[in-house]
Ligand binder design. Structure first.
Ligand SMILES: [Ca+2]
Ligand SMILES: [Ca+2]
Ligand SMILES: [Ca+2]
Ligand SMILES: [Ca+2]
Length: 214
C-alpha cells in the first residue's frame, strides 16, 4: 500500500511538514524566505544559510535597530557612523571564488548605506552604496567608486536589498526592482567570501536583518 503524498514531492504526508507544497520537504534547500523549507523545524537557519535578525524579532518585522552590534558566525562585525572602509570580518563558511550566493538585507541611512559583497582587504573590496536621492554607486576599491545607476532612496525609510552574486556577475535588486546587473570590472565580488554592511558619509545607518544563502 502506498503512502499518501498529496504534493507528489516524494515525501509521504506523515513525514512531510507541508504536504501541500512540493518545494518543501526534507530534501529541499533552506532559503531566506521565512519558511522552514527543509522540514528540520528551524526557519532560515542551518547548512548554507547565514542569518542574523539583529533585534531578534520576527523575520517579517523589519523593525529599527540602533547602536552597535556584532554577529557571531564570522560574517559581519558592525557598523560605524563615519565610514573609512568596510566594516567586515571574513566569513568562515563561504568560498565565493567558486560559489554563487545571495544576500538579503534591509537598511537605511541618513545619507547612504551600503553592502560589501566581496572583501580581500581595505583596498580590495567591492559592493554598493545607495545614496539618498537617486544615486547608486558601485564600490570598486581599485577605482574607488563608480556611478552605475539610480535608485529612489529617501533617508529614514527602510529598503530591502537582494544581491545575487556569481563569480562573474551580480544582479542587485532594490525594493524588488533590478537596479544593476554586471560587475563593472569589479572582480572582488568573489574574492574572499566576506560580506559587510557599511555607512557612507556622516550619519547613522540602521540594519534590521541580513540573510545569506551560500
Ligand atoms: Ca509530500
Ligand atoms: Ca512537501
Ligand atoms: Ca529549516
Ligand atoms: Ca527558509
Amino acid at each position: 500500500m502506498a503512502y499518501a503524498d498529496d504534493d507528489g514531492d516524494g515525501y509521504a504526508a506523515c513525514e512531510d511538514c507541508d504536504d501541500g507544497d512540493d518545494t518543501i520537504n526534507a530534501g529541499a534547500r533552506e532559503l531566506c524566505d521565512g519558511v522552514d523549507n527543509d522540514c528540520d523545524g528551524a526557519i532560515d537557519s542551518g547548512t548554507g544559510i547565514f542569518h542574523d535578525n539583529f533585534d531578534d524579532d520576527d523575520i517579517s518585522d523589519w523593525s529599527i535597530v540602533d547602536g552597535s552590534w556584532s554577529v557571531s558566525g564570522g560574517i559581519i562585525s558592525g557598523y560605524s557612523s563615519s565610514h573609512t572602509g568596510p566594516d567586515l570580518v571574513h566569513s568562515t563558511g563561504m568560498d565565493s571564488s567558486t560559489d554563487s550566493y545571495t544576500v538579503y538585507m534591509t537598511g537605511t541611512g541618513a545619507n547612504a548605506f551600503g553592502i560589501v559583497l566581496g572583501y580581500a582587504s581595505s583596498s580590495e573590496h567591492c559592493g554598493f552604496h545607495f545614496w539618498a536621492g537617486s544615486t547608486l554607486y558601485l564600490v570598486n576599491s581599485s577605482t574607488i567608486e563608480t556611478n552605475v545607476g539610480s535608485v529612489s532612496f529617501s533617508s529614514g525609510t527602510y529598503y530591502d536589498v537582494v544581491a545575487e552574486v556569481s563569480p562573474a556577475n551580480v544582479d542587485l535588486y532594490f525594493n524588488g526592482s533590478l537596479a544593476y546587473s554586471g560587475n563593472a570590472g569589479c572582480d572582488n565580488f568573489t574574492r574572499s567570501g566576506a560580506i559587510g554592511l557599511q555607512v557612507h558619509q556622516s550619519g547613522t545607518a540602521y540594519f534590521d536583518e541580513i540573510c545569506v544563502e551560500y
